[in-house]
Design a binder for this molecule. Structure first.
Ligand SMILES: [Zn+2]
Length: 64
């Protein structure tokens, strides 16, 4: 299984975070990951490109 390296900017503090996306979980995914800088929970909406294996991530704060 191949994990896709991706990244998102924290919705609270704007710091860049690295993450990986598991393509076996589907083209659209949502999961929560804590910012490594401010530890706020970011709700990540992930969309995988149909070709090329790129992942686009939109981060919002889980509590709002
Ligand atoms: Zn942050």
């Amino acid at each position: 299984m191949r994990l896709i390296p991706a990244g998102f900017d924290c919705a609270a503090c704007g710091s860049p975070n690295d993450t990986t996306v598991d393509p076996s979980q589907g083209r659209r995914q949502e999961y929560v990951e804590d910012c490594r800088t401010c530890c706020r929970a970011n709700l990540l909406r992930v969309e995988l490109e149909p070709e090329g294996g790129e992942a686009r991530i939109e981060a919002t704060l889980e509590d709002g």
